[in-house]
Design a protein around this ligand. Structure first.
Ligand SMILES: [Fe+2]
Ligand SMILES: [Fe+2]
Length: 442
C-alpha cells in the first residue's frame, strides 16, 4: 500500500528507537494555541477530508484539489450562494461513503457507498443539496451510471460538477493535465455533461484551471486556497455542531470494517464515562470524548486485508498498523483548536511503561486525558469481535484490565471504568472459547 504522510515523529515499536522530540499530552501547554473552540466549518471539513484520502486507492490531497477544480468550474456557471456552498462541501466529502475499501466492482456496493455518503453528509448537517450531490456522483450523462441510472439533466448539477472535478484530479495525477483534458473531452456526452466539459476545457486553455491543483503543489497552499474559497460562508461552529461532526467521522472510521462497526462510538462512551467518574471538568470531559471519537481516524490508511485478517500479522502489516496513531495526530493537528485533542488521540496506543506506539512514551509523558482514552480503547477492543476471536465477556475483560494496570494502563482510570461496569454491566458480550489469547490491537 502507499503511505501518504511523511511521518517524521513516528517511531515504530519494533525498531527500538525512541524519539524524545515529540510534543506529548503531558507537555502540552493550554493557551499556546487556539483551544477556545472557535473553529470554522470549512477548516474542520477540509482537514478531515485528508482522512478520506488515506483510503486505499486515493491520493493525498485529492479532495482538496477536486474542490478547487469544481469550484472554478462552478464560478463560470454563476450558481447561487447556497448552491455554491453545498457544492463546496460536496466536493470535499464526495468520498465520505467509501471508507470500507469494499469491492466497488459490484453495483450493490456502489449503491451502498452512494447512500452511505449521502447519509453522512446529512448527519454532518450540510443540507439536502450537498447530500444529493454526493449520492449521485457516480451517475453518467448517458444514463449508464449509478445508483439510479439518471440521464442528462436528471442528474443533479452539483453531482455533474463533482464528477468532472474528480476525473480531472485523478487523471492529471496519473497521466498529466493534457491527458486529463483529453479523456474528459473523449467522455463528453457519455460520462460527462458536455457543457461542463466545455467550461473546463475553456478554463484549461485560459491557464486558470490548475493553480494549486497539481499533486506537486504544496499541500498547505492547496488547503489555504480551499479555505479562501469559503470566505462567504465561514462561520464559527458551536460546540454541539463540533460534536456532531466528530460523531459523523467516527461513523466513517467505524464503517471501514464490520469488526469495528461501533468501535469509535463505544470507546467514546467508555472514555466519557471514565472522565465523568473521575470528576474532570465538563470541557475536559468533552475533549476526552471528541479525542476518543476520532482516535482511529488514521486507521483509514490501513488496508482491510490487514484489519480483517484472521491470522497473525507479519512485520510489514504491523508497520502499517503502527502508523495509524501518528496519522490520526497529523490529520487532527490541521485544525488549530484540535491541537490538544490531536495529541491525546495520537497517544491512544502508548503505554505507561514505554512499550506502546508510535513513540514509546512513558508515564510522565501521558496526561490524564490521554490515559483515559487508552483505557477506553483497550476496553472497547476487548469487548468487540475481532477477525481472530469473538468479543470477550465482562469477567475476562476485567481480568485483563486489572493485569494491565498499573504497569501499562493507569490504575485510577481502570478503577473508574471498573466502577462504571459494576454499576452498569454491559449486556450482550460474547464469551470466547477458553485458551484463545486476545491481542490488544484496538
Ligand atoms: Fe488504534
Ligand atoms: Fe481504537
Amino acid at each position: 500500500m502507499r503511505l501518504w504522510f511523511p511521518i517524521s515523529t513516528v517511531v515504530y515499536a519494533g525498531t527500538g528507537t525512541i524519539n524524545y522530540m515529540v510534543q506529548t499530552s503531558a507537555s502540552f501547554r493550554r493557551g499556546l494555541s487556539n483551544t477556545d473552540g472557535s473553529i470554522s466549518l470549512s477548516e474542520i471539513i477540509s482537514a478531515l477530508s485528508y482522512a478520506l484520502d488515506l483510503t486505499e486507492g486515493a491520493v493525498l490531497g485529492h479532495a482538496l484539489r477536486s474542490c478547487l477544480l469544481g469550484m472554478r468550474i462552478a464560478a463560470e456557471l454563476k450558481l447561487t450562494a447556497e448552491a455554491t456552498s453545498s457544492l463546496y462541501f460536496a466536493l470535499l466529502l464526495k468520498d465520505v461513503g467509501r471508507s470500507s475499501n469494499a469491492n466497488t466492482s459490484t453495483t450493490h456496493e456502489i449503491v451502498l457507498q452512494c447512500d452511505r455518503g449521502a447519509g453522512i453528509v446529512t448527519k454532518l448537517g450540510l443540507g439536502a443539496a450537498a447530500a444529493e450531490a454526493v449520492r449521485s456522483i457516480e451517475e453518467h450523462w448517458d444514463g449508464g451510471g449509478h445508483p439510479d441510472a439518471l440521464k442528462g439533466g436528471e442528474i443533479p448539477l452539483l453531482s455533474r460538477i463533482c464528477a468532472v472535478a474528480q476525473h480531472l484530479d485523478v487523471f492529471s495525477g496519473e497521466c498529466g493535465v493534457e491527458k486529463a483534458i483529453h479523456t474528459l473531452i473523449e467522455r463528453s456526452g457519455t460520462w460527462f455533461d458536455p457543457e461542463l466539459v466545455r467550461v473546463a476545457v475553456s478554463l484549461h486553455r485560459r491557464g486558470v484551471l490548475w493553480n494549486h491543483c497539481l499533486p506537486s503543489d504544496s499541500q498547505d497552499d492547496t488547503r489555504r486556497a480551499v479555505l479562501d474559497l469559503d470566505a462567504g460562508t465561514r462561520h464559527t461552529l458551536e460546540g454541539g455542531r463540533i460534536d456532531q461532526i466528530c460523531e459523523a467521522f467516527a461513523d466513517v472510521v467505524d464503517a471501514k470494517s464490520h469488526f469495528t462497526f461501533r468501535h469509535s462510538m463505544g470507546v467514546a462512551d467508555a472514555a466519557y464515562g471514565i472522565a465523568r467518574e473521575m470528576g474532570l471538568a465538563p470541557e475536559r470531559v468533552q475533549l476526552v470524548r471528541r479525542a476518543a471519537l476520532l482516535h482511529d481516524i488514521g486507521k483509514l490508511s490501513v488496508p482491510n486485508t490487514i484489519l480483517d485478517k484472521a491470522t497473525y500479522l507479519d512485520e510489514f502489516e504491523w508497520e502499517s498498523v503502527y502508523q495509524h496513531p501518528g496519522l490520526t495526530r497529523q490529520i487532527l493537528e490541521r485544525i488549530g483548536p484540535f491541537r490538544e485533542m490531536a495529541i491525546i488521540a495520537g497517544e491512544h496506543h502508548e503505554k505507561l511503561d514505554g512499550t506502546g506506539y508510535p513513540n514509546r512514551l512513558m508515564r510522565a509523558d501521558l496526561s490524564l486525558e490521554s490515559r483515559i482514552v487508552a483505557v477506553a480503547d483497550v476496553y472497547g477492543a476487548l469487548s468487540e469481535d475481532r477477525p481472530y476471536r469473538t468479543g470477550l465477556d465482562l469477567r475476562q475483560i476485567v481480568s485483563i484490565l486489572t493485569k494491565l494496570a498499573p504497569r501499562k494502563l493507569d490504575p485510577d482510570c481502570v478503577d473508574a471504568l471498573l466502577r462504571i461496569i459494576a454499576e452498569e454491566p454491559a449486556a450482550g458480550l460474547i464469551p470466547i472459547p477458553v485458551g484463545n489469547v486476545p491481542q490488544l490491537c484496538a
